[in-house]
Design a binder for this molecule. Structure first.
Ligand code: RET
Length: 225
C-alpha cells in the first residue's frame, strides 16, 4: 500500500510538472510518470495478493508477489536507463550504442535473476543464474561509473548526471543485497516469512528512491534547462 501511494503520488507530480517543461524536455517527465505508473499498478495488485488490509501476512502470500515485482522491473529498469540517457544527452555526452548496451545487460540481469529466484534454492543452476544476472548488473555499474561528461555541459546538468549515476551504482545495489539477505536467512534455516518480509521492505524503499527520487532529479534538471 505504501508503494502504491508513493508511486501514484509520483505519477501525478511528474504529470503536472510536465507542463512546466519546454516541449523538447517533456519526455523526461513522460518517462518518469510512465515508470511510476507501472509500479503503482503492480503495487496495487501486490497489496491484494498479500490480502491487505487484513490479518496476518504469510510467507506464501509475499512469495506470490515475486512475478509482479519482476514484471515491474523488466519494464521499468530499461525505462529508467532511457530516462538516465535523456539527461546524459542534455549534457551532450550520449554516445551512440551506449543505451542499447545498457538495456541488453539490464534485461539479462532481470531475466536471469528471475530464473534464479524461481528455481530450487541452493542448487547449482540457481547459482549460475544469479552469477549471470550479477554479471549483467556489474556491467551496468561499470559503464555508468566510467561515463565521462564534457566540461562544457551546464553545471546543473553535470550535477544531475552525477547524482543519477549514484542512484544506478548505489541505489540499484540495494536489490541484490535484498535478495542475498533473503537467500542467506533461508539457507541458514531462518524463518521464511521473516526472510521474505525483510526483502519486501527493502525492495519498497529501493523502488520509491529509484523511481520517484530519480525522477525528481531528472525532472528538476530538465526544468532548469
Ligand atoms: C537480482 C537478482 C540477484 C542478482 C542481481 C539482481 C539485481 C537487481 C536489480 C534490480 C533493479 C531494480 C530497479 C527497480 C526499479 O526501481 C535481479 C535481484 C544483480 C539491480 C532499479
Amino acid at each position: 500500500m505504501l508503494g502504491f501511494v508513493a508511486m501514484a503520488a509520483g505519477t501525478l507530480w511528474f504529470y503536472l510538472e510536465r507542463n512546466d517543461l519546454k516541449p523538447e524536455h517533456r519526455s523526461v517527465a513522460t518517462y518518469a510518470a510512465v515508470i511510476t505508473f507501472i509500479a503503482a499498478i503492480m503495487y496495487y495488485v501486490m497489496k491484494d495478493v498479500v490480502k491487505f488490509p487484513g490479518g496476518e501476512i504469510t510467507a506464501a502470500d509475499v512469495d506470490a508477489t515475486l512475478p509482479l515485482r519482476y514484471i515491474d522491473w523488466l519494464l521499468t529498469t530499461p525505462l529508467l536507463l532511457v530516462e538516465f540517457a535523456l539527461i546524459v544527452a542534455l549534457a551532450g555526452a550520449l554516445k551512440k550504442g551506449l543505451l542499447t548496451k545498457l538495456i541488453i545487460a539490464d534485461i539479462i540481469m532481470i531475466v536471469f535473476g528471475y530464473l534464479g529466484e524461481v528455481g530450487t534454492p541452493g542448487s547449482a543452476t540457481n547459482y549460475i543464474f544469479f552469477i549471470i544476472s550479477t554479471l549483467g548488473w556489474l556491467y551496468i555499474v561499470y559503464v555508468v561509473f566510467t561515463l565521462k561528461l564534457g566540461s562544457d555541459a551546464p553545471a546543473h546538468v553535470q550535477r544531475a548526471v552525477s547524482i543519477m549515476k549514484w542512484f544506478v551504482i548505489a541505489g540499484w545495489a540495494i536489490y541484490p543485497i535484498g535478495t542475498a539477505t533473503q537467500e542467506l536467512i533461508e539457507l541458514g534455516g531462518g524463518d521464511a516469512a521473516l526472510a521474505i518480509s525483510i526483502a519486501a521492505i527493502i525492495y519498497v524503499i529501493a523502488d520509491v528512491l529509484n523511481k520517484v527520487g530519480f525522477g525528481i532529479i531528472a525532472v528538476r534538471a530538465a526544468k532548469k534547462s
